[in-house]
Design a protein around this ligand. Structure first.
Ligand code: AMP
Ligand code: MG
Length: 352
């Protein structure tokens, strides 16, 4: 059963007299600065540019400075390890026929295999040759010839990848890319560091992909804004806000990386079935899960799968995640588990 709330009702329920409603990403995170003086906790905040995006980290607790420093080192380590373009990275070396051992790669391969199998192949780390063909790995992306897409598709497919002792061995023209899962894995690792250092509250935003540790210092929920896909640069134009504790909130959207050719827009999330940017009727997918790696992988996979397949998948695994889909028609579809956690000035539909 679907429930449609009107904008007027929403406005009354959610925004009247609600002075702490976050309107922009900045509001969401900056509101915590004032709260620190009430808790007496130490806090630390850092920003860093890594994995091609701006990242910010905030932690509260006696060892907040150390925890955030360790988290920054971990981001740098994983960036250097997983980068497809850095000749020294493990992924680059694997893609160029070298053998290289890494616990992180072993973990990511296991997760990628699960995602591939459970999403009917929608999530596929072996699409790297297509990413290169489309030029998404360089400065000048362009629409390739159909014959080149056909030839490159033959190289792709997780089931064709040789994996020896949990280590992938791409052969002749094959290649792997953890770009669809790396940021979620990184935020998950940072949560482990926060736990190790006794952090009491924390939040990281890795290029808009958020993972929260505990609640805010005052015990209230973290508020994560969902970018309006039609106005991605306008942080005051959110499509909604999700209030959570101990969760990752990770979005995939066609607006995040794209180019335009002959008036048509081509984005960076590839449909493994035809080798073209996925055109499944969605503008964005936001996944909410306690597991950052899963949330990141699923945001990419559900963007490829489209709404019907994604809802069918969610109905099989409602305990693992919830999601907010924004369709090409600007419908906002929210799975039932977020009923109490989602708010928006726009109409939205709860999916059961
Ligand atoms: P995300 O922003 O998490 O959706 O990840 C997008 C990135 O994942 C792209 O830039 C590629 O590196 C990679 N990618 C693109 N299409 C896929 C796909 N179907 N499955 C897995 N990874 C993909
Ligand atoms: Mg992803």
């Amino acid at each position: 059963m679907k429930r449609i709330l009107t904008a007027a009702l929403l406005f009354i329920c959610l925004f009247s007299g609600c002075t702490r409603e976050a309107k922009t990403d900045k509001d969401i995170f900056s509101s915590n600065d004032t709260e620190i003086s009430h808790t007496g906790n130490a806090s630390a905040t850092r920003e860093i540019f890594a994995m091609d995006t701006y990242m910010s980290l905030t932690a509260y607790g006696d060892h907040a400075e150390t925890a955030v420093d360790k988290a920054i080192s971990e981001i740098k380590r994983l960036d250097a390890l997983l980068s497809v373009g850095d000749e020294k990275s493990i992924v680059y070396r694997l893609n160029h026929g070298e053998k290289a051992d890494s616990e992180d790669v072993t973990f990511l391969i296991e997760r990628s295999a699960w995602l591939y199998e459970n999403t009917d192949g929608a999530f596929d780390i072996t699409l790297f040759p297509l990413m290169e063909l489309w030029g998404f790995t360089g400065e000048h992306p362009a629409v390739p010839e159909q014959s080149d897409i056909d030839k490159t598709l033959v190289l792709c497919g997780f089931d064709k990848l040789i994996i020896e002792n949990d280590t992938p061995e791409p052969k002749d023209g094959q290649g792997i890319d953890f770009g669809g899962i790396a940021k979620g894995y990184t935020s998950q690792r940072i949560m482990e560091i926060f736990r190790e250092y006794g952090i009491t509250s924390g939040v990281v935003s890795l290029g808009g992909n958020v993972q929260c540790y505990g609640t805010k210092p005052d015990g209230s929920l973290w508020r994560c804004g969902i970018t309006d896909p039609d106005h991605p640069d306008d942080t005051s134009a959110l499509s909604g806000v999700i209030s959570v504790d101990d969760k990752a909130v990770i979005t995939s959207g066609g607006y995040e990386r794209y180019f335009t050719e002959n008036g048509k827009t081509y984005h960076h999330i590839i449909n493994p079935e035809n080798g073209y940017p996925a055109d499944s009727g969605l503008k964005s997918v936001t996944i909410v899960s306690a597991d950052g790696t899963l949330a990141d992988g699923l945001s990419t996979a559900c963007f490829v799968m489209g709404k019907e397949k994604s809802f069918a998948f969610w109905r099989e695994h409602p305990e693992l995640f919830d999601m907010v889909l924004i369709t090409n028609e600007n419908e906002i579809l929210v799975t039932e588990g977020l009923k109490e956690n989602f708010s928006s000035r726009k109409d939205y539909t709860i999916i059961k």
